[in-house]
Design a protein around this ligand. Sequence first.
Ligand code: MN
Length: 265
Amino acid sequence: MSAPLILISNDDGIQSPGLRALCEALLPLGEVVVMAPEVERSAVGHAITISDPLRVTEVDLKLDGVTAYACSGTPADCVKLAVLSILPQRPDLVVSGINHGSNTGVNVIYSGTVSAATEGAILGIPSLAVSLDYRGSGNLEPSKIIARRIAAGVLETGLPTGTLLNVNIPDLPAEQLPPGWQEGHGYDLTVHGKSDWQDHFDRRVDPQDRVYYWLTGQRREIEEESNTDEETLKAGRVSITPLHFDLTDHRAREALASWELFKPA
Ligand code: MN
């Protein structure tokens, strides 16, 4: 069997240190091709480009064995375009990251990092998103080992069709990470939590006296089950949440079933 083909993308842009780290981490597992936004496209969610052309430029990342392309589009565009038009064959794995900052709770919805992996899952390819919580040193070395362990596991066993893994890694020195992390054990299988932001728009005035707004905010501390993505990360553990893109609210279907609207005609 030939070496697996691995597509790497992100939302921090083709020049981000996290993308480079991910390439280095996954090179031992197969052939690596990168298609990533030419500039940072964080928090663009699952946006795709339909009213503008998509431009692709080959970029030399100075990494032996890595072919890389910068794309003018969003993270979802990158994965879609690479799979359908650029790669020589379907990739065996799509990996997005390593994002600068965690993607837990409501951030999963806004995240371009997660959306690149979601696009992979939509295309039926095993996919994962990897984010580092960046509260300490931002050392990417432990994340590289963790990403490689998880990617190797997914290449070996696959994932249910339409499922992606959302991986969040605490920003801790190697000796404070949970036992077994280097060998690929002791990670936490978590659920998507509800942590969100206390949003605030900073109202400012530009030099032409026109008012503008800038979104800021801080994470809201909420009480959650300990097995959510955010709580697990806060406890200094590696969180792996399987996600899918079925947005149906099954509990609400039961609650709504008695509504007049749904009575037979
Ligand atoms: Mn980002």
